[in-house]
Design a protein around this ligand. Structure first.
Ligand SMILES: Cc1cc2nc3c(=O)[nH]c(=O)nc-3n(C[C@H](O)[C@H](O)[C@H](O)COP(=O)(O)O)c2cc1C
Length: 195
């Protein structure tokens, strides 16, 4: 089993990173997993230039030569893709949105890249997450991935500092449980298709 974790926060060890970690622990408790972490903030990924060359190029290869190809190269083989991002100004972070726009090159072959994958959105926020969950829900029928989400509100009503999710054992348990549940689900499907 392969899991890709797209880390959208610039804060290492923040809320979304921590929840992704607990999700992966749960997944690992159910199955042997190859985990590929992509720290988008540390990668050189240019914004999509809208050239549309991926529509006609061989294998729909993106014309931009940058770190996004590290993700392209492994995406087809992933069983689970974790989109871990805080909400920034009403949507996923710019780091995550830039990578998402570049997924255009993978949108041409839905069967190879999207159908039946488990997508997990881990969204951390103070006020609002609906726009990003709404995005995944809106495209789900077309791309036919399976969608789950973990939502964490870090707002501290008593002061300026957010509550770090590590102080919320219920949320950590939820992430862990969902990881395990999805791991077991994938294993049982694999067993079903064995001859
Ligand atoms: C620049 C910036 C913009 C933000 N904009 C929003 C927002 O629009 N809506 C919201 O609910 N939270 C917003 N937040 C709060 C973060 O989403 C929240 O602190 C989150 O828990 C951080 O997650 P992380 O620890 O994974 O980075 C913003 C935070 C920053 C730094």
């Amino acid at each position: 089993m392969r899991a890709i974790v797209l880390h959208g926060s610039p804060r290492r060890g923040g809320n979304s990173d921590t929840l992704a970690d607990y999700f992966i622990r749960g997944l690992k408790s159910a199955a042997e997993v190859e985990v590929l972490d992509f720290i988008l903030n540390d990668m050189k990924i240019r914004p999509c230039q809208g050239c549309e060359s991926c529509a006609t190029s061989e294998n729909h290869k993106c014309a931009i030569d940058d770190d996004m190809h590290q993700i392209y190269d492994v995406f087809a083989g992933a069983d689970v893709v974790i989109w871990a991002t805080p909400m920034y100004w009403g949507y996923m972070t710019a780091q995550m949105k830039t990578a998402l726009d570049r997924m255009e090159a993978l949108a041409m072959d839905t069967q190879k890249y999207w159908v039946d994958k488990e997508f997990v959105a881990i969204l951390t926020y103070r006020h609002h997450y609906q726009s990003t969950v709404g995005f995944f829900e809106r495209v789900q029928d077309y791309f036919r991935f399976k969608f789950s989400s973990i939502l964490y509100c870090s707002k501290n009503v008593d002061g300026p500092e957010d509550y770090h999710v590590s102080t919320c054992s219920e949320k950590l348990d939820e992430a862990n449980r969902l990881g395990r549940e999805i791991g077991l689900r994938i294993i049982s499907q694999d067993l079903e298709i064995l001859p």
